[in-house]
Design a protein around this ligand. Structure first.
Ligand SMILES: Cc1cc2nc3c(=O)[nH]c(=O)nc-3n(C[C@H](O)[C@H](O)[C@H](O)COP(=O)(O)OP(=O)(O)OC[C@H]3O[C@@H](n4cnc5c(N)ncnc54)[C@H](O)[C@@H]3O)c2cc1C
Length: 388
């Protein structure tokens, strides 16, 4: 369902009925079902399996998948709202849902063949987690320098190489893997493939032990003579760069939403704590020095929300959004870091210990400036548009 002209007249932060209902249900879910698990998931660096099942039941694992395929039949903006609300409570859960919707499902809906879509979309909406594998040890920001090879033969392709830093890899059954069919052709050799868990020659390798978003799995993928049928090419041979560029341009709005949610979550904690904590005979929220800090960060959070919502609404309206997406990611990730840092300060000594929730958000915030294009790469995108 696309927004109507009347919807487009609404202030950016005013939600339509269906948007409000989704926001409400995800907020209730996050508070009731995710919040009690946050500390345990951070310590064990793992999602309980039944939390993932409950995310499927909630309907947030296939938001844009048509309802005829078991999905939510929603828009990109709905995915952004779900990621924001989950990240307000736990940004690890936010990124699981973000990668599923804004990268994997988005790429398959736009580029996969009708046969692949018919087979994969119903399972992604109801039971299968997806992962998106572009980065390698020697190609991060310079993603198209990837070295994973796809050799074509009579039966299809044979994949050989290693992927690094792949979110959701531990939980995923469906992987979009980028490899080159011709290293001499540069980015024009890059091709996207569907690789499924259990395929001979494909293994999920070492899981990273991380600073933040620890419950979210980040693993190496190993492809050793991994045979993939020609029908598993996503999009065209040699056009994988287009799949990657276009999905990542959209995906970074999702990371903006993750960081926005984190910033809001930290501010929620700071407001609650400063109203309760007493020093010098009164709540610390009564000191103007504290009030001004809260007011300043609330202003920044609102600005981040406007950037994220605007980029998402532009995308849903089919308008250009490249600059706005880069701006929303860089700004929201910086605000997330500042908001979490302020919350740690305002919790005093309690901000520094794991018994309280804000040190985790401070650790989680850092990733927003790194994945799906570092902040320097976002600045490069913005500058390129400015100086065209
Ligand atoms: C937790 C986590 C999850 C991830 N999930 C995924 C995933 O699911 N799928 C996936 O494919 N990848 C994933 N990544 C990889 C991520 O996208 C890369 O780490 C990121 O793009 C940066 O690449 P790099 O680590 O190689 O850093 P580098 O590219 O080596 O960058 C190092 C530094 O150099 C700077 N730099 C590089 N080039 C330039 C330039 N031209 N101008 C100015 N500065 C520059 C960068 O800004 C950065 O500060 C994940 C990473 C992490 C840490």
């Amino acid at each position: 369902m696309r927004p109507t002209a009347a919807d487009a007249m609404l202030p950016l932060t005013e939600l339509t009925e269906d948007e409000r209902l989704l926001q409400q249900s995800v907020r209730e879910f996050a508070n009731a079902q995710v919040r009690p698990l946050v500390r345990q998931m951070d310590e064990h660096a793992k999602f309980p399996k039944d939390l993932i099942d409950r995310l499927f039941d909630l309907g947030v694992m296939g938001i844009e998948i048509p309802d005829t395929c078991g999905g939510g039949g929603g828009r990109f903006f709905h995915a952004v709202l779900a990621v924001e609300e989950l990240s307000r409570v736990d940004p690890s859960v936010g990124v699981l849902v973000d990668v599923q919707n804004t990268l994997v499902i988005n790429a398959l809906m736009r580029w996969a063949s009708p046969d692949l879509k018919a087979r994969l979309l119903p399972t992604l909406a109801t039971r299968s987690v997806g992962a998106y594998a572009l980065s390698e040890a020697a190609s991060g920001s310079d993603a198209f320098a990837l070295q994973t090879r796809a050799r074509q033969d009579a039966d299809g392709f044979v994949l050989q190489g290693r992927k690094l830093w792949i979110t959701n890899a531990n939980e995923a059954d469906i992987f979009i893997v980028f490899a080159t069919v011709n290293p001499e052709a540069g980015y024009k050799g890059i091709t996207a493939f569907l690789v499924e868990r259990g395929l001979a020659g494909f293994t999920v390798g070492k899981k990273e032990d991380k600073l933040g978003i620890r419950a979210s799995s980040t693993c190496e993928l190993i492809l050793e003579d991994c045979r993939v049928p020609a029908a598993h090419v996503i999009g065209e041979i040699g056009k994988g760069y287009k799949v990657a560029i276009e999905t990542l341009n959209e995906g970074r709005i999702g990371i903006g939403a993750q960081m926005l949610g984190l910033a809001e979550g930290a501010l929620d904690h700071a407001i609650r704590y400063t109203k309760e904590r007493k020093q010098f005979g009164k709540a610390i929220a009564e000191f103007q020095g504290v009030q001004f800090e809260l007011a300043r960060i609330a202003t920044e959070v609102e600005a981040a929300r406007l950037l994220v919502y605007n980029a998402a609404r532009l995308r849903d309206l089919g308008r250009p959004f490249l600059t706005e997406a880069a701006m929303c990611k860089i700004f929201a990730s910086e605000v997330a870091e500042r908001s979490a840092s302020l919350a740690v300060n305002l919790f005093g000594g309690n901000g520094f210990v794991k018994e309280y929730p804000v040190e985790k958000l401070y650790r989680d915030a850092k990733i927003g400036q790194i994945y799906e294009g570092t902040s320097n790469l976002q600045l490069q995108t913005i500058a390129k548009q400015l100086l065209r």
